[in-house]
Design a protein around this ligand. Structure first.
Ligand SMILES: O=C(O)c1cc(=O)[nH]c(=O)n1[C@@H]1O[C@H](COP(=O)(O)O)[C@@H](O)[C@H]1O
Length: 238
């Protein structure tokens, strides 16, 4: 899972996904299924994508009382995705419960899906965090606080912006995953994202994996665009 470029399949339905994936036939991709797609298509979309041989990050950002999250994760584990997530704001007890659920739902002999926690969404600015969430510390400190809670709960890593990844790596260790959305080429539209960074910056910051959505999925030639993104992301790693 390390060093992956994860494509966010933010599509309205399975037909749009099939249309997008068709030209990638024969390639092994790492894709993300989020709430837009999963709420429409349900578990069958996961089976369909797995049949095509792709790895899946099931991004449902669970955030509820520990018992509910535990039971939900038990069910989600049966879908045999590679990666799932929760909101760190749900607390340490909830995160530990998520892990328990995943372990309980993973069939014997199989590896449980990796589980990461969203710290501060990449669409949140420091100003907004202070004003709306009433968190008086810097955004970086808030993200670090969530990252350490996530680690203490036993999870595998966090979702954060590339700007916080190096600090997290330093404090939580190199094996703790930093999965970073909000990645843009300098020529791309930023849209609703606030904490954006280029793939080169992400790579140089030691980010584990990047998540790229609209820059690839809404481009005129998604395969060409994906290859351009892979070059930018892998560049100096090879
Ligand atoms: O958990 C996520 O994947 C996520 C967390 C976060 O803080 N920010 C964020 O953008 N995401 C997801 O990452 C993807 C980013 O898509 P683009 O902005 O189109 O590249 C979307 O599917 C978001 O749901």
């Amino acid at each position: 899972m390390d060093n992956s470029l994860i494509i966010a399949l933010d599509f309205a339905n399975g037909s749009e996904v099939n249309r997008f994936l068709q030209p990638f036939a024969g390639k092994e991709l790492f894709v993300k299924v989020g709430m837009e797609l999963f709420y429409q298509e349900g578990p069958s979309i996961i089976h369909q994508i797995k049949e095509k041989g792709h790895h899946i990050f099931l991004d449902l950002k669970l955030h509820d009382i520990p018992n509910t999250v535990k039971s939900a994760m038990k069910g989600l584990a049966r879908l045999e995705c590679d990666l799932v997530n929760v909101h760190a704001a749900g607390g340490k007890e909830m995160m530990a419960a998520a892990l328990e659920g995943l372990e309980a739902g993973t069939s014997s002999g199989r590896k449980r899906p990796a589980c990461i926690a969203v710290t501060q969404l990449t669409s949140t600015s420091e100003e907004q965090m202070k004003k709306e969430q009433l968190i008086p510390v810097s955004l970086e400190e808030s993200v670090m606080n969530y990252a350490l809670l996530t680690k203490e709960a036993g999870l595998d890593g966090v979702v954060c912006s590339a700007w916080e990844a190096a600090y997290i790596r330093e404090n939580a260790g190199a094996t703790f995953l930093t999965v970073c959305p909000g990645i843009r080429m300098t020529s791309d539209q930023v849209g609703d994202q606030k904490r954006v960074a280029t793939p080169e910056f992400a790579r140089n910051s030691g980010v584990s994996s990047i998540v790229v959505g609209r820059s690839i999925t809404r481009s005129v030639d998604p395969v060409k665009s994906y290859e351009k993104w892979m070059d930018a992301w892998k560049g100096v790693r090879q």
